[in-house]
Design a protein around this ligand. Structure first.
Ligand code: ZN
Length: 323
């Protein structure tokens, strides 16, 4: 009876069925180096394979290998980026890497860092997409659980609002409004697949206002920031040569919310709608969703071809020598 119960729960099923998705990890370890946006410190990041049900965990090799799981209850310190902490050990600016991992279907991995902050790279998730593609993707013999939303969940703070509604797919609608002529209002809806993320969201860079840069630096933030890793918006235009998309700003907000909601610990099936959010609202919402246990169930069968293994397969380009 025990064995039957375990089989029924899916934990010991031999292989995920055709309508289910298998958990995944990276095929091999891979590294990159960069600097922390806020700390300005050099950092080496290594992405390593992990077994089924391990989740995503950050590991501080400079602190004896202490691990900080990428889970909502480890959120600690939101300073223009999302930080995690466990027993006074911190990992900062996790959101762009988490967005790439969850969007490319990596459920399990160790992210090893020799410094407290994930490298900012070019301010987008595109370098992390490249890293994952170079590592390759390995399917594990365990089914993936999706968090499927059955009734709306929402969180409002002042004029900032975020909610998730039942849907057959994972979709994100984001709208932003700033007191600046370049981005008074931008809004975009996207149905997330691996391909849509890679093409339309991952390349969007983080942005800041020139008038905020000095204030951030006085707070000891953005010490590694430059036009190489952030869009800087002046009074009349961007200081960078060009934008990657006309609405790169709202696309980056979608990237941020995908990364922050990865802290739920399961890919979600629902329509996420956010207005004027930021990391504090996103991460509070990730924790709130987990508390609203009667609003969702964990399912292994999405009933949606677009989230099956076949359509979300990550292309693995020929080895280009990245390490
Ligand atoms: Zn960001």
């Amino acid at each position: 009876m025990v064995a039957l119960g375990l089989l029924a729960s899916g934990r010991f099923s031999l292989k995920p069925g055709p309508s289910m998705s298998a958990q995944r990890t990276v095929r091999r370890a891979i590294s990159c180096a960069g600097i922390g946006l806020h700390s300005g410190r050099k950092v080496t990041l290594s992405l390593r394979p992990a077994p089924a049900d391990f989740g995503i965990r950050f590991r501080r090799s400079d602190l004896g290998g202490v691990e900080v799981p990428a889970k909502a209850h480890h959120v600690g310190g939101i300073n223009y980026a999302t930080g995690l902490s466990r027993d006074a050990v911190r990992v900062d600016t996790v959101e762009h890497l988490l967005a790439a991992l969850v969007s490319l279907g990596i459920d399990n991995a160790t992210v090893e860092l020799n410094s407290p902050e994930v490298p900012i790279m070019d301010g987008s998730a595109a370098p992390f997409v490249y890293l994952i593609q170079e590592a390759g993707v390995k399917r594990l013999d365990a089914p993936r659980s999706y968090l499927k939303v059955h009734r709306p969940i929402s969180l409002t703070r002042g004029d900032k609002r975020i909610a998730i509604y039942p849907s057959d797919h994972f979709k994100v609608t984001y709208s932003i409004a700033f007191d600046h002529p370049l981005l008074r209002h931008q809004s975009r809806t996207i149905r997330l697949t691996a391909d849509a993320f890679v093409d339309e969201i991952a390349p969007a860079r983080t942005f800041t206002f020139l008038k905020e840069v000095e204030m951030l630096r006085q707070q000891g933030l953005a010490l590694g920031g430059s036009l190489e890793n952030a869009i800087v918006i002046g009074d009349t235009g961007v200081l960078n040569n060009a934008l990657r998309f006309d609405d790169e700003f709202v696309r980056h907000k979608i990237l941020d919310v995908i990364g922050d909601m990865a802290l739920v610990g399961h890919p979600m099936i629902g329509h996420l709608v956010a207005h004027r959010g930021g990391h504090a609202l996103h991460t509070a919402f990730a924790a709130h969703v987990l508390e609203e246990r009667d609003a969702w169930t964990l399912v292994e069968n999405t009933g949606d071809a677009a989230t099956s293994d076949d359509t979300a397969t990550v292309p693995v380009p020929g080895a280009a020598g990245a390490t």
